[in-house]
Write a protein that binds this ligand. Structure first.
Ligand SMILES: [Zn+2]
Length: 196
């Protein structure tokens, strides 16, 4: 009950900032902040994914740390896009989506564009970053719940293959990402694949 109430409070936040929301950006099962709403620059180029993708790859951002409001998380999204696009010279923010500790999904490259988040797997995956450092603590329950709902939505909309594998970034790259605590957690999620 408490969780439901919390969820509906959080759900109202993006609609305050996003009126009127484009129809394609309205999701029933989680609050969503589009690129326009967090103030993204356009990508310098876009490569389309071959859909549906067979992998969902989970990340943490490490830096920036956890954010707890649309205002704070939007600033984190802009900071990451600045780093990825201006410093790293990538086309755009690397992730397809990010999820805040406010339980809100923030649009990165979205469902249809190849990301830059897991070398060798970018063209076959949707990369989802849980904003924050999840090495020794777990993200708030609402952040993980929203992540699961986002994956379910990708399945429902046909962007993610029904037989998808869920993996952590560390399984395809020499990195701690998505942090030890979060990695242990995702090994219990639907369709986690230990053998990549
Ligand atoms: Zn990562």
């Amino acid at each position: 009950m408490t969780k439901l109430v919390l969820f509906s409070i959080v759900c109202l936040i993006p609609s305050i900032f996003s009126f009127p929301a484009p129809k394609s950006y309205v999701y029933d099962n989680f609050p969503f902040v589009s690129r326009e709403e967090w103030g993204a620059r356009p990508p310098t180029s876009v490569i389309n994914l071959n859909l549906p993708v067979p992998y969902v790859i989970i990340h943490h951002t490490y830096i920036p740390g956890a954010c707890f409001s649309v205002e704070q998380c939007s600033a984190s999204m802009r900071a990451m896009q600045n780093n990825h696009q201006l410093t790293q010279q990538w086309e755009d923010i690397g992730y397809n989506f990010a999820v805040g500790s406010d339980g809100v999904v923030y649009e990165g490259r979205g469902w249809e564009a190849v990301g830059a988040h897991a070398f060798g797997y970018n063209s076959r995956s949707i990369g989802i970053a849980l904003i924050g450092d999840w090495v020794s603590v777990l993200p708030p329950a609402i952040q993980m719940e929203t992540t699961k709902r986002l994956i379910e939505e990708g399945l429902r909309l046909g962007y993610i293959s029904e037989n998808y594998d869920l993996i952590g970034h560390r399984q395809v790259r020499n990195t701690d990402c998505p942090g030890q605590a979060l990695f242990e957690e995702i090994t219990t999620w639907d369709r986690f694949q230990p053998n990549v």
